[in-house]
Design a protein around this ligand. Structure first.
Ligand code: SF4
Length: 501
């Protein structure tokens, strides 16, 4: 029996150039785990990555059919309104139906009911942590060649029952190395799953069905590392865990042991972790063992906002964690939601003040990210239902799985809109520059995080973004709309002038 894992087409759009919330980093291992589960169940596995494919839908359907698989499993990542592309492919496949077709991943887990209405060609959807369900499905399917009900598997014709989480993550097979990840010399790996946090905007816990962080054994991590390093050249590791460090006392020993294994292999590494797990001494030791980058989701510089989003950290903890990382010499990147839906103007001022104080507005690439992000609302998230209850959800029939929302304060909405327009122009200009320099869109993210490309006045660009934000804040209360629009146009021109023609 043969299973084909397909990455759905997900064209990069400028509107969502840097919106990473359509799937957490851990999703980058989903297809690799699915293939490994299939191999262990005795199935032949094949992989087709259509994520960047620009062929027409008929051609993509042809590529799928050419694999002559018994089962097609789509790793369906939310595609910012381009879901119809995958649906059109399914409609073509329907005419030449040989295989059972299913979907899995974060987006199908949230939206399994509407997705099944949207794409009725799907025979099943694997909801939440999928490996145990897929294992059972592949073991049963060859005998009867029908999809039967089981926990974790949704079919529109039967009642859905959630599956228990895998009790021991060390029992998972070593994931295959697949897809875009393999183009990069950095290898993604997970030493655990889930998070003990409960942030209101986050998708992680909804996917796993609880606020719990589970760890695998260090021996299983070492085994995976050894196996995967034999497959391709790798010069660094990135831990895709939502929080690399946990919160109990044994964490220090655990992460130091893991980092020592990497040090022994000569591999620097990066990770994401919660602010409240950062300890100056520990971070120094991790730096000694090769930690080279850390991502901290600080999200806000304002106590009231931190409370509203249930971040469970304080402004002082943020300052302490950021300074600890900065003192360690490890490269720091941070996640920040400048425009939380209930923000007030004074909270935006507070946010900006903290970012300046911590030196997080020093480079245009970082500044643009700090000053424009607002909350993203996908179907099935807590925010979707919360805004719906409050009558603040803004639906658009062209985007069945994503919604806008009404800000509580009109002047905040105005600043947010102005910064979004400016940042889109920033990404458009960067994209154009990279294209003229022959850098593919899929490589731009890595490139633009590394340096200012030739042809850009980086200092002026950074200054323009910061001045624009402050000017919009000062003028947002203006009654004269034309005057505010003129201000927006002025900063757009200023931003364009930072790029050589
Ligand atoms: S700390 Fe990060 S991963 Fe954990 S719940 Fe909050 S946003 Fe999600």
């Amino acid at each position: 029996m043969k299973i084909l894992i397909v990455e759905n087409p997900r064209p990069l759009t400028l509107e969502h150039y840097n919106d990473v919330a359509n799937a957490p980093l851990s999703a980058s291992l989903n297809s690799g785990y699915a293939l490994a589960i299939a191999g262990r169940a005795g199935w032949e596995g094949a992989y087709l990555d259509l994520s960047d494919c620009r062929d027409d839908e008929a051609m993509m359907a042809e590529m799928i059919l050419a694999e002559q698989a018994d089962m097609i499993l789509i790793h369906w990542v939310y595609a910012w309104g381009n879901e119809h592309v995958q649906r059109n492919i399914l409609q073509i496949l329907e005419k030449d139906r040989r295989a059972a077709i299913g979907a899995f991943g974060l987006f199908p887990s949230f939206a399994y009911q509407p997705l099944s209405d949207f794409a009725p060609q799907l025979d099943f959807i694997l909801v939440g942590e999928f490996e145990a369900t897929l294992d059972e499905l592949l073991s049963n399917y060859p005998a009867k060649r029908t999809i039967v009900s089981m926990p974790g598997l949704y079919r529109s014709c039967s009642e859905f029952v959630r599956r228990e989480l895998i009790p021991d993550l060390s029992s998972l097979p070593v994931p295959d190395d697949t897809g875009t990840n393999c183009k990069y010399p950095t290898m993604n790996i997970a030493i655990g799953r889930g998070c003990y946090g409960d942030c209101g905007f986050c998708f992680i816990n909804r996917y796993y069905g609880c606020s719990k962080r589970r760890e695998r054994s260090i021996a299983s991590f070492a085994h995976e590392l050894e196996n995967r390093l034999k497959r391709r050249p790798v010069n660094s590791i990135y831990f895709v865990d939502p929080t690399f460090i946990g919160r109990d006392e044994k964490q220090t020993g655990r992460v130091l042991e893991i980092s020592s294994i990497l040090k022994y292999n000569g591999l620097p590494f990066g990770f994401e972790t919660r602010v409240d797990t950062i300890d100056q001494e520990l971070i120094g030791k991790l730096a000694d063992n090769g930690a080279s980058s850390v991502f901290l989701g600080i999200e806000s510089g304002c106590e009231a906002t931190l409370k509203r989003i249930n971040k469970r950290i304080s402004r002082d903890q943020i300052k302490g964690a950021v300074r600890s990382v900065q003192n360690s010499g490890i490269f720091l990147s941070v996640g920040f939601i400048m425009f939380e839906p209930d923000s007030t103007m004074s909270e935006l001022v507070e946010n900006y003040g903290l970012l300046e104080e911590l030196g997080l507005l020093m480079h245009h690439d970082q500044t643009v990210n700090m000053l424009y992000h607002s909350q993203i609302v996908l179907y099935g998230s807590r925010a979707w239902f919360g805004f719906a209850d409050q009558g603040r959800l803004i639906l658009d029939e062209r985007l069945p799985f994503e919604a806008g929302y009404r800000f509580l304060h009109a002047d905040v909405a105005r600043v947010c809109h102005a910064m979004r327009t400016l940042s889109r122009e920033y990404f458009r200009m960067m994209d154009r520059l990279y294209r003229t320099q022959g850098i593919a869109s899929s490589d731009q993210f890595a490139c633009c995080h590394a340096r200012t490309p030739p042809g850009v006045d980086g200092d002026k660009l950074n200054r323009t973004l910061k001045e624009a934000f402050q000017a919009f804040l000062r003028q947002a209360g203006m009654r004269d709309v034309r005057q505010f629009n003129a201000l927006e146009r002025m900063f757009l021109d200023e931003l364009r002038s930072c790029f050589q023609r």
